[in-house]
Design a protein around this ligand. Structure first.
Ligand SMILES: Cc1cc2nc3c(=O)[nH]c(=O)nc-3n(C[C@H](O)[C@H](O)[C@H](O)COP(=O)(O)OP(=O)(O)OC[C@H]3O[C@@H](n4cnc5c(N)ncnc54)[C@H](O)[C@@H]3O)c2cc1C
Length: 426
């Protein structure tokens, strides 16, 4: 029997899910994406774009859907982190410290990654997956499940019934809202750390940077992580962004005010950004990047949630990785329970729910409102139990990464350092 699946949202989660289900066989798949297709859309938005790394968990998913060769050819290879020296040490001539990433990995913008996924679907799975761009889908009845699909200019839209609907519609998910409004016992709990980010574009002295690394340019009083995405000429023509993270919101009176703010973070920020970029930075709106949500279940009847729709967390380098891996987990669970869609969905909710709970705990350790957070991350990194690094490992699940981090913290708590180490919110 063929199962009809509607995927609402054609971002990293939705496109990976389409590829994973098509590969398993037995599904008729329609993806509804309200935006235009990824080859027509810009690959980045100057106010919101940042560099994403696909590592351990995303790599597992990339192998599952057979897209690693395309990533190798079309994305920038990822070799690890380079961490800037403290400004005092820099003045004494200290250089970047390298934390290599052992394994295959890539960096790019969300648009770079989505272009690869869309091309992969068109090349390999055009028979089983129908991609509808410019098509907004909303749930009319979660029980059946019934969707209304509205394409631009077609008025009320069309009603379509599916065996299964998967909401891959991002952090502000309408599918999640519909389930919450109409399903007894389904609850969504939200936490906001109050972290925010602003994007700084880097445009000078770029020959000092290697696009195959992410650069931690500052950790206190702001965090600043820079990385490359594909430029107009692809991976060999990198374009650089730096995500500046801080607690609360900020607005600048002038470019000079923004320059002073950047100087307090690290002199390297202005070393790599021209005055024009600082001026544009001073006018950008803050992005809220401290929000996390926990759904009481990732499944309600025949509707499932995946990616940021089901488990949005503050950015710790795992949003796309988790979205991609979660897609393969649904596909595997449905395949393992071919005789019962409900049993497959229950298996997904149990298995991936545990993992995303652990991922949320990992993400909540980056609480920028706590002055001890950079110190805590530094100690964990120095002593080899950094949960951000453990989360990138291919050989650990998120639950295992979290447990290893907790064991590391417990060991430190039994030493004098434990007296100043804050407790994790997880
Ligand atoms: C500052 C910052 C830095 C980050 N850095 C990293 C990183 O280094 N590594 C990493 O892995 N992740 C990172 N992330 C997170 C990552 O970008 C997201 O987690 C990821 O894009 C989620 O993918 P998704 O497919 O679940 O959702 P989205 O990417 O949000 O895609 C959802 C899609 O659904 C569509 N849609 C919404 N509603 C409808 C509807 N009703 N009908 C049809 N379509 C609809 C939207 O148009 C969109 O295309 C970062 C995030 C931020 C904010």
């Amino acid at each position: 029997m063929t199962i009809s699946v509607a995927i609402v949202g054609g971002g990293p989660a939705g496109l990976t899910l389409a590829a994973a289900l098509a590969q398993q066989g037995g599904f008729e798949i329609a993806v509804f994406e309200r935006a235009e297709d990824h080859f027509s859309a810009e690959t980045y938005n100057p106010d919101r774009s940042y560099t994403i790394d696909i590592t351990g968990h995303g790599l597992r998913a990339a192998r599952f859907i057979g897209i690693t060769d395309r990533f190798d050819a079309e994305l920038i290879h990822f070799k690890g982190l380079k961490i800037a020296p403290h400004p005092w040490l820099r003045r004494l001539g200290a250089g970047f410290t390298e934390e290599p990433y052992h394994g295959s990995g890539w960096t790019g913008s969300r648009g770079d990654i989505c272009r690869c996924l869309q091309a992969h679907l068109l090349e390999r799975q055009a028979d089983t997956v129908v991609l509808h761009f410019g098509a907004e889908a909303s749930i009319v009845d979660a029980g059946q499940p019934l969707l209304r699909i509205a394409s631009r200019g077609d008025g009320a839209g069309e009603l379509r019934r599916f065996d299964l609907v998967v909401g891959c519609d991002g952090g502000g998910s309408g599918v999640r809202r519909s389930i919450a409004d109409h399903t007894t016992g389904f609850a969504v709990e939200g936490v906001d750390l109050g972290n925010h980010s602003l994007m700084l574009h880097l445009d000078q002295h770029l020959d000092e940077l290697d696009p195959q690394y992410l650069y931690v340019l500052a950790v206190h009083p702001v965090t600043a992580v820079a990385g490359a995405i594909n430029g107009p000429g692809g991976p060999a023509d990198p374009r650089w962004f730096c995500q500046i993270g801080f607690s609360g919101t900020i607005a600048f009176d002038s470019a000079a005010d923004a320059a002073r703010f950047l100087d307090r973070g690290h002199p390297l920020l202005r070393h790599f950004a021209s005055d024009t970029q600082v001026e544009q930075f001073s006018q950008r709106p803050c992005l809220a990047t401290g929000k996390s949500k926990r759904c009481s279940s990732l499944v309600a009847g025949r509707v499932a949630l995946l990616g940021d729709a089901g488990h949005p967390v503050p950015p710790v380098g795992q949003g796309v990785n988790a979205a991609m891996e979660g897609a393969t987990v649904i596909a595997q669970c449905l395949h393992d329970h071919r005789d019962s869609l409900d049993a497959g969905l229950a298996a997904y909710a149990a298995r991936w729910g545990r993992e995303t709970d652990a991922l949320r705990r990992i993400a909540m350790t980056v609480d920028l409102s706590q002055s001890m957070t950079p110190f805590r991350i530094f100690i964990a990194s120095f002593l080899g139990y950094s949960c951000l690094r453990l989360a990138k490992r291919e050989d650990l699940s998120y639950a295992e990464a979290w447990e290893e981090f907790r064991r590391g913290e417990d060991r430190i708590r039994r030493t004098p350092l434990g007296l100043v180490l804050p407790h994790s919110r997880g």
